[in-house]
Design a protein around this ligand. Structure first.
Ligand code: HEM
Length: 425
């Protein structure tokens, strides 16, 4: 899709006055990002937060954790909850800042423990089980000639992989899916009071369930992520030799669900959408499967599943030559960075052979660089290897609503993608 001049102009004369948290902008924020990058690359938005939209500025910002703290993400979150949700949260395990909402040096300590569970070597060991999970999912719809790729496939690949790693019983998967959805939902910034209460209850139920799994692992260790967390010991710092507290383990489990499931679902679904919309690119990848890993990177560059995340200015700062006062909330617009023409020539084109696709920032940068990047890459690669091996002629199904887009300022993805296909084997 190219960004038309009309769509750019529809946003009005002064781009700094546009409220991007509206369905019109969120449905396709790329016109907005393009104008912001050109006209006001760093500015304060009408929503109060500051927006940083160019690739190089975002890179500089997210690497400087002294000036741009990640603790912004929890600041004030509780005060906006309805009383009933606060009450449920009081009975729940304590919220602790471990990864996403923490800063070095404390973040570094937690991160070094979690890194071990996601090392490329550990992810490589999961290859066979990811292939099995993926093939089992394809078996269920291969003979039907049509599928909602989101509901019947893309949701279940990451969810099943992570449920296995955490030791969730397969019969509890529907509950686990609900908990995972409700862990992510608050990120949209658009929840009703009723949904906020429901999400707090899900978080409570998830914690009770996972705490029981942790107790099991203490007496009956297995070769999985949860056992890694139970057995992990800080190898330096003030807590050297100590293990994680239960609240800390549960906080890490929450973040794996928040950061790992819907993002990977959206990557798989949006990559398929763009391949179908660009038949020449689909033909290239099908003819040369070695292009699948780069196609996955291009999908991440083109449509970042995490469009933006906030930081909190701990001091007066200068970003891209613009002064931003201490105390400001400032957004790293990862979704815009992938379309920055200063970094990626012809950025609107979905090009599976783009040679710098992998330099995208869809997994962030700096100390918070996605801990699950190797796992997400592996899941998406295997998904397309097997889909292409077993099925062909993917097309949008002839139904009224082929796809449905999720509207959130943070996450970008599809909640439905109806396709037809033919079976090879
Ligand atoms: C396509 C899939 C994924 C995308 C686009 C994605 C994106 C991101 C981004 C942008 C960040 C950086 C946050 C920041 O700047 O503050 C991040 C961090 C994180 N991701 Fe992912 N992620 C994906 C998959 C996963 C998976 C599969 C897991 C785990 C199973 C995971 C776990 C995490 C965790 C725990 C963090 C926090 C790291 C830290 O703060 O040190 N992610 N992810």
């Amino acid at each position: 899709m190219s960004i038309s001049e009309n769509a750019r102009e529809d946003l009005g004369a002064d781009i700094t006055k546009v409220n991007m948290v509206t369905p019109d902008v969120l449905d396709c924020p790329y016109h907005y990002y393009a104008r912001v990058r050109d006209e006001a690359p760093v500015h304060q938005t009408p929503m109060g937060f500051w927006a940083v939209s160019r690739y190089e500025d975002i890179m500089t910002m997210v690497r400087d954790h002294d000036t741009f703290s990640s603790q912004s993400m929890t600041n004030g979150a509780f005060s906006q909850l309805p009383e009933e949700a606060v009450e449920i949260s009081r009975r729940d395990y304590k919220r602790v800042d471990t990864l996403l909402t923490n800063d070095p040096p404390s973040h570094t300590q937690f991160r070094s423990l979690v890194n071990k569970a996601f090392l490329p070597k550990r992810v490589a060991q999961l290859e066979e089980s990811i292939r099995q999970i993926t093939n089992d999912l394809i078996d269920k719809f291969a003979d039907k000639g049509r599928v909602d790729l989101v509901a019947e496939f893309a949701i279940w690949v990451p969810l099943t992989v992570i449920a296995d790693a955490l030791g969730v019983d397969r019969t509890d998967m529907p509950k686990f899916k609900k908990w995972s959805d409700d862990a992510v939902a608050p990120l949209s910034g658009m929840l009703s009071a009723e949904r906020q209460i429901e999400c707090a209850q899900s978080r409570y139920d998830l914690h009770r369930y996972m705490a029981a799994c942790v107790r099991e692992r203490e007496t009956d260790p297995r070769d999985d992520l949860l056992t890694d967390l139970v057995q992990a010991r800080f190898d330096s710092g003030p807590r050297q030799g100590e293990g994680l507290e239960i609240d800390e383990m549960l906080s890490i489990v929450d973040q794996v669900l928040v950061a790992g499931n819907e993002t990977t679902t959206n990557l798989i679904a949006m990559a398929m959408q763009h391949l179908i919309e660009n038949p020449d690119q689909m033909a290239k990848v099908r003819a040369n499967r070695a292009l699948i890993p780069n196609m996955v990177e291009e999908a991440l560059r083109h449509e970042a599943p995490v469009q933006m995340l906030p930081r909190f200015c701990t001091k007066d700062a200068v970003v891209g030559g613009v002064s931003v006062p201490k105390g400001s909330v400032i957004m790293a617009m990862y979704g815009s960075s992938g379309r920055d023409e200063r970094k990626f020539p012809n950025p609107e084109k979905f090009d599976v052979e783009r040679d710098n696709a992998r330099t995208h920032m869809a997994f962030g940068q700096g100390p918070h660089f996605c801990v699950g990047a190797a796992l997400a890459r592996s899941e998406a690669r295997i998904a397309f290897e097997l889909l292409f091996e077993r099925l062909d002629n993917f097309a949008f199904a002839p139904v009224e609503e082929v796809m449905h887009r999720e509207l959130s300022m943070t996450l970008r993805g599809l909640t439905k993608l109806e396709l037809t296909f033919t079976k090879i084997k």
